[in-house]
Design a protein around this ligand. Structure first.
Ligand SMILES: [Zn+2]
Length: 271
């Protein structure tokens, strides 16, 4: 945030007309659920000198007021209770797993990390005991100082003063995914409308259109794909004549013209 302050006037959470936002010290840690377990970010405490109010920099209500290019610097999507690392959302989209499967996987990983830390703690105690028993032949003064030889137990997974482990549900991941879709919808639809290509292959098929019959006859579907097997256009036609495809080709030509993309150079057809 300090870098951004130099070229952007940070807004006030309470909507002051002349905000003067400064850092008011180190804030609270915020837990983030990632693909390799949970981790934390520290968010500053912010203060507006105009209205003298304080808030934390990770408040979703404040983040919403920032331009997109600033929020994109964050490694996670922040919600009120938890935060989801962008890597989890990417993994969810990439694998096409159900949110429940993903939640189970993430919870398992977080518990594994906890068990690993617990084991390391127990082994550290063992190491201290060995040293005090002079297993390796060294001399320590530990036994003269400590009265009790019982180490503190490793706190449970959920203990708020200890490990403070969290768990996520499939419902929560679904919410995050939908929220993220809403955010990205304009960019996604631009991307989908912008499917172009330089090599086309196309064919007629009656298979998908078998159920679609009109009084005038059977319909067939006609799909055009580009060199990456993305569908560039897909229409239903009533005859397999070239003429029936004219409106579609005109529409595609318009799309190429509007976008200023060079027209396709090759076209494979099914005849
Ligand atoms: Zn203010």
């Amino acid at each position: 945030m300090s870098r951004l302050k130099n070229n952007y006037n940070l807004p006030c959470l309470h909507g002051c007309p002349h905000p003067q936002v400064v850092s008011a010290g180190v804030g609270r840690p915020r837990v983030i659920v990632g693909t390799s377990g949970q981790y934390y970010i520290l968010s500053s405490r912010l203060c507006c000198k105009s209205c003298r109010k304080n808030w934390f920099a990770d408040s979703p209500r404040w983040l919403e007021k920032l331009p997109r290019r600033f929020i994109n610097l964050l490694p996670a999507f922040l919600t009120y209770k938890k935060a989801i690392c962008k890597s989890v959302m990417d993994e969810l989209r990439r694998t096409g797993k159900s949110p429940t499967d993903m939640a189970n996987k993430v919870n398992e990983l977080m518990h594994l990390k906890y068990e690993g830390a617990h084991l390391a703690y127990l082994q550290a105690i063992e190491s201290v005991w060995d040293a005090e028993a002079e297993v390796h032949g060294q001399k320590t003064i530990g036994q003269f100082i400590r009265k009790s030889n019982t180490p503190y137990p490793f706190s449970s997974y959920e203990d708020p003063n200890g490990w403070c482990g969290i768990s996520v549900s499939g419902f929560y991941l679904t919410d995050c995914l939908l929220e993220e879709y809403k955010r990205q919808e304009p960019a996604l639809s631009r991307l989908l409308q912008g499917t172009f290509g330089q090599v086309f292959r196309s064919d007629h098929t009656r298979k998908v259109a078998r159920k679609v019959t009109l009084a005038s006859g059977i319909m067939s579907s006609y799909a055009i794909m580009n060199e990456h097997w993305l569908i560039v256009s897909w229409v239903m036609v009533q005859s397999e004549s070239e003429r029936s495809l004219e409106p579609m080709y005109q529409g595609m030509a318009k799309r190429y013209n509007d976008a200023g993309v060079e027209k396709a150079g090759f076209h494979w057809v099914d005849r």
